[in-house]
Design a protein around this ligand. Structure first.
Ligand SMILES: [Zn+2]
Length: 308
């Protein structure tokens, strides 16, 4: 894909150089790493790295500005991000991915593109109580209020990177329902499965896959006992159907810390843990991440020098 770097000079936009090739990678000063193409619904890694200090790195992806951290790296400084696309909302196609940062007192914009490829997810038929497919009118206000609360929690954007890879499994049980399943409740199609279900009898302790801060807890109509944890750079974990919640909003959580116990609250067919990973507003498939690292993910991406 073609990459262009623009340098802002006052209000004018000056094109510094046009098509960049990886030929000059060996004498790289500042480079970006991102996928050329990736599957819809799957998480990918991005990075910005440089020998020279830079500030305020962000990446724009699917309408959101993602704030990145700056850490010591092999090349001097590095910023990592985890991004993806929600299979319900994002169709296959070519999407812009723009890096921005300030270096040597100037603002840089690096325009990239990612091809999102179609991936077939399966269909799953479930039987639940009718009120969980078509909620009674009396519950609509409650459901709307809860949607606003959880929507705000998923918009959390903090700079400090608290997530590491691989994440720890929240419970030891096997996956019982995968991300991306087209869900049909009592014969009625109702969107896609936005998380991964783990086998977990009621009362199974749930531990945090990533370190982070609790941004929301509650007992909700569809998701039952719920906890949302922000791990920085738009990485937000959600845990649903819990029987017990041991944390509260504002609590600082270590990776592996127990945050509560699994249950069968909300719209469920039985006790389990629904774990959902949201990356800057996009629910992605968390399952492959439990088996990989940021290094392995980045090795599957391409790197481009943007400032030799
Ligand atoms: Zn689920």
């Amino acid at each position: 894909m073609k990459k262009t770097i623009f340098k802002y000079a006052g209000k004018a936009v000056l094109v510094l150089c046009c098509i960049l090739s990886s030929v000059c990678r060996s004498d790289a000063s500042t480079s970006v790493t991102f996928p050329d193409s990736w599957d819809v619904g799957q998480a990918f890694a991005i990075a910005l790295s440089s020998h020279t200090p830079y500030e305020e790195p962000t990446v724009n992806w699917l309408g959101r500005t993602v704030s990145l951290d700056v850490e010591p790296g092999r090349e001097g400084y590095v910023s990592y991000g985890l991004l993806g696309s929600y299979v319900r909302d994002v169709k296959p196609g070519v999407y812009p991915l723009d890096f921005e940062f300030i270096q040597d007192g100037e603002k840089f914009l690096v325009k990239c593109e990612v091809i999102l490829k179609e991936r077939k997810y399966q269909e799953e038929h479930l039987k639940v109580e009718d009120k969980m497919v078509t909620p009674p009118k009396s519950e609509r206000d409650r459901i709307q209020k809860e949607a606003r609360l959880t929507g705000a929690a998923l918009k959390t954007m903090t700079v400090k990177r608290r997530w590491t890879t691989p994440p720890r499994r929240p419970v030891s049980g096997i996956f019982t329902s995968d991300y991306g399943f087209r869900r049909v409740y009592n014969g009625v199609p109702r969107g896609y499965h936005a998380g991964t279900d783990f086998r977990a009898p009621t009362g199974t302790p749930i531990s945090a896959p990533f370190a982070g801060d609790v941004v929301l807890t509650g007992k909700y109509y569809y998701s039952g006992g719920s906890v949302f944890i922000d791990s920085g750079n738009g990485v937000v974990s959600a845990f649903f159907h819990m029987s017990r919640i041991d944390v509260k909003k504002g609590d600082r959580i270590a990776q592996g810390q127990v945050i509560g116990a699994s249950g069968a609250t909300g719209r469920v067919t039985g006790p389990h843990l629904h774990y959902a990973l949201n990356l800057s507003g996009q629910y992605v498939d968390a399952a492959p991440l439990f088996e990989t690292s940021i290094t392995a993910l980045l090795n599957a991406m391409q790197s481009e020098v943007v400032r030799p």
